[in-house]
Design a protein around this ligand. Structure first.
Ligand SMILES: Cc1ncc(COP(=O)(O)O)c(C=O)c1O
Length: 446
């Protein structure tokens, strides 16, 4: 008789250990896994067939709704035609077409795009372009970067350095040295329950002048802000704030970067927040909604005058020693082009304007519900701050999100702040479902 080798023992006690998940408490997930098998329109479907209303557009990215046939088909077709081509010293038609269409979608004066694969890469690329811009203009001493309290700019060392969420940085040792942070322009005492932009932006933005009294402005390369603080809890800019940041940056020759990874691609009813607020940055990072979340992609949109500064040297030199193997990946470009088609053909922005008044109205009806301390709405975004349970910060937010999920609604909690960013194709009835579900959950938590 032949002796058979014993079957190999599973190396991991629980096969779910194999996938080390981002920003996830692994051991908690293993005891209560949340799995989705398919998605369509406004809904995810679990392996058991339960339909879950997506209150967060995937992760602020599936703006046109899940499974848009035109995007799915474009990716299929692209994969069969040109699987890959490097963008180092070569290109392909979809990259050129998408770059042109994307720049036309962006504010006037933004004429170039540098393609990357994620929001984190977009932010790090924007920061590097900012420093290199000054270098190219003979001001290599301008290296400092100014971020803001509560901002999220991804997880690269650059983005993490300018970001303003302490717990994201704590474990990773020294970050970029030349960084300072603005305060969050938010004061609950005067700004609570804001619809759109609260008052008080002009004075809040003076914090930049104050910071520049400490950090010699001639050593500062760029100020980076999310036009609306997103992951940190949806804080819209108070009126006049972004305008004043722009003016102060101009006065001191500092570049202004908008991180539009969340606010881009229609979230505020305009292509980007820059158009909604009428303030033009020098550089804009984007990702997420670019491909409707269907293929990883990011980009840095670059104003003409910034790009031109790089083009003054000898023509045979590489102007920017930077890039990624998958920059302008053919599948991502195809998905990006199809996403812009969907925006135009389905008039996503026009449709969104039709539901925004209901969104705002319905959200603010939660004022007075148990534990609600503030509600902020801007475009199709909403944050609901819950007062923390004494001694258990974040517990109420987590409990509320869990009850919502059990009731068929996926929302996100950043600690005790509930954050909502559904697909832009949301119907009035789904808006009603979101807020009645949250209301019912709030009534049940202690
Ligand atoms: C404003 C902002 N910047 C950057 C990022 C990072 O994007 P990614 O996760 O694609 O790297 C995010 C992600 O949520 C974001 O919200």
């Amino acid at each position: 008789m032949t002796a058979h080798a014993a079957p190999p023992q599973p190396r991991l006690a629980n096969r779910r250990d194999a996938f080390w998940m981002p920003f996830t408490p692994m051991r908690g997930f293993q005891s209560e896994p949340m799995l989705f098998e398919s998605a369509e329109g406004m809904h995810y479907v679990t392996p058991e067939g339960r339909r879950i209303l997506d209150g967060m557009a995937g992760l602020w990215c599936v703006n046109a709704g899940h499974g848009q046939p035109r995007i799915v088909e474009a990716i299929r077709e692209a994969a069969g035609r040109l699987d890959f081509v490097s963008s180092f010293r070569m290109s392909h038609p979809a990259a050129e077409a998408y770059a042109e269409r994307l720049c036309a979608f962006a504010p006037e004066g933004i004429d170039h795009v540098f393609f990357v694969n994620s929001g984190s890469e977009a932010v790090d690329t924007a920061l590097k372009i900012a420093r290199a811009y000054h270098h190219a203009r003979g001001q290599a001493g301008r290296t400092k970067l100014i971020g803001r309290h509560k901002s999220y700019h991804g997880v690269g060392f650059g983005g993490l350095s300018v970001a303003g969420i302490g717990r994201h940085k704590a474990a990773f040792g020294p970050l970029l040295a030349d960084v300072a942070h603005l305060p969050l322009p938010y004061d609950r005492a005067t700004m609570a329950f804001s619809r759109g932009q609260p008052e008080g932006g002009a004075s809040a933005s003076e914090a930049l002048e104050t910071l520049l009294q400490i950090h010699d402005p001639s050593t500062v390369a760029a100020v980076i802000v999310e036009p609306i603080t997103g992951s940190g809890g949806v804080y819209p800019p108070p009126k006049g704030y972004l305008e004043r940041l722009r003016a102060i940056c101009d006065k001191h020759g500092i570049l202004l970067i908008f991180d539009e990874v969340i606010t881009g691609f229609g979230r505020l009813g305009t292509p980007f927040a820059a158009q909604a607020y009428g303030v033009k940055p020098d550089l804009m990072s984007c990702a997420k909604g670019m491909t409707n979340g269907a293929v990883p992609m990011g980009g840095v949109l670059v104003a003409g005058h910034v790009y031109d500064a790089f083009m003054a040297g000898p023509p045979e030199t590489v102007e920017l020693f930077h890039g990624y193997t998958y920059s302008a990946h053919p599948l991502a470009c195809a998905a990006g082009l199809a996403t812009l088609d969907v925006f135009a053909e389905q008039d996503l922005l026009g449709r969104l304007h039709g539901v925004l008044p209901l969104w705002e109205e319905r959200a603010h009806l939660l004022k007075g519900a148990p534990h609600v301390a503030d509600i902020r709405t801007a475009g199709l975004l909403c944050a609901i701050d819950l007062s923390p349970r004494p001694g258990a910060e974040g517990a109420r937010g987590g409990a509320c999100a869990k009850l919502c999920y059990e009731a068929g609604l996926l929302i996100r909690n950043a600690g005790d702040t509930l954050v909502l960013s559904p697909p832009l194709v949301i119907a009035p009835g789904e808006i009603e479902t979101i807020f009645t579900t949250i209301e019912a959950a709030l009534a049940r938590i202690d």
